[in-house]
Design a protein around this ligand. Structure first.
Ligand code: ADP
Ligand code: SF4
Ligand code: MG
Length: 333
């Protein structure tokens, strides 16, 4: 498979090719030397129209950086981004209103992402104005429609973010994202800061909205049960790289990469008496992204590690149709 090829027949909405984001940091005596955090390091992804791509991995593996490069909060250090087949890698293309309208982001904590000094009406109105979605006279009708869509009573449009619960604030953030009528929504840990019941309601709402508006999603979470619920395909990230990607069910069933296996084993289980327990916590810490391990980045924590793993970086290889894993011993037990 050629990652660089744009396949319009499959209706690819977004494609990233060889994407890198390195953050420079000053280190050493008098902060004279510059080192780089390799936050994302040669990532290739495709998202099809109407599809939800889940991205999972431990904290610090580069999920949020990837999202922020894709929505143009950060410029990539290297690599190309295509939206509906058009190269939007040049800054001017990513800064265009058309691109900004089509790709919207919902952040982890709606408390920080919603301006506390603005009423909900003004928060949702902003994208309507910027992207000229409806005429001025229709703003309130459109805001009411959006609030209704996410299950918040329209009378509350004159309230401020602090007057809502965490789950309700996240619904408002979703309404604001959808106000622009985007084609792709990137959700970065959308349910991590809200209670379990609201989490389930938000995930169901996202499914309904996707079906109604043929939306595509990139859903980022450290929580495998969240991505399992919503994603058609799943990418597993480790230390800035995708180590396994494929259909969600296939990744869950086959778990070719030892890191995917370790993540699965660390899923919290609910026992019969209602207590939550991990069957096996992931051992060791994620190594520094400033000096990532040579060879396979997972070798310092991998039970299968052999000499080759310390020296040669494994490439993403295709095992089944569209199922890739980056491990020298992926299909060997
Ligand atoms: N603005 C930044 N400057 C320097 N390093 C950063 C910055 N943002 C993120 N990082 C680093 O990049 C790596 C990936 O972070 P992040 O994308 O937030 O991971 P995740 O979302 O998976 O937890 C981490 O090592 C983090 O410390
Ligand atoms: S390449 Fe080696 S160290 Fe890396 S995941 Fe595979 S077996 Fe483990
Ligand atoms: Mg994050």
């Amino acid at each position: 498979m050629d990652w660089g090829e744009i396949n319009l027949k499959n209706e690819v909405i977004l494609e990233a090719v060889g994407l890198k984001k390195y953050f420079p940091i000053e280190t050493g005596f008098l902060k004279k030397s510059i080192e780089y955090v390799h936050a994302i390091d040669t990532v290739n992804i495709k998202v099809n129209k109407g599809e939800a791509l889940g991205i999972v991995g431990e904290s610090g593996c580069g999920k949020s950086t990837l999202a922020q490069v894709l929505v143009n909060i950060y410029s990539p250090t290297e690599g190309k981004i295509f939206f509906e087949g058009v190269d939007v890698s040049p800054k001017a293309a990513r800064n265009s209103l058309g691109f900004k309208k089509n790709i919207q982001m919902v952040f982890q904590d709606p408390f920080w992402s919603l301006n506390p000094r603005k009423m909900v009406r003004d928060i949702i109105m902003e994208p309507l104005k910027v992207h000229r979605i409806v005429e001025y006279e229709c703003f309130d009708t459109e805001i009411e429609r959006l609030m209704d869509m996410v299950g918040i009573g329209k009378k509350r449009m004159f309230s401020y973010p602090h007057e809502f619960s965490g789950g309700e604030r996240q619904r408002i953030a979703i309404a604001r994202a959808l106000a622009a009528r985007p084609k792709l929504v990137i959700l970065d840990e959308p349910t991590s800061s809200i209670d379990t019941l609201s989490q389930a309601e938000i995930l169901n709402l996202l499914i309904e909205l996707r079906d109604e508006f043929n939306l595509s999603y990139i859903l980022i979470s450290h929580d495998l049960s969240v991505v399992h619920f919503l994603s058609d395909r799943l990418a597993v990230m480790y230390l800035g790289k995708i180590v396994e990607i494929g259909k969600t069910e296939t990744v869950f069933n086959l778990m070719y990469h030892p890191y995917t296996q370790a993540l699965m084993k660390a899923i919290p289980l609910i026992s019969s008496n209602g207590t939550v327990q991990n069957i096996e916590a992931l051992e060791g810490n994620v190594p520094s992204a400033i000096n990532p391990p040579k060879g396979c980045r997972f070798h310092t924590r991998c039970y299968k590690c052999q000499e080759i793993c310390r020296n040669k970086e494994p490439e993403l290889r295709e095992f089944e149709d569209g199922h890739f894993a980056a491990c020298h011993f992926a299909n060997q037990s």
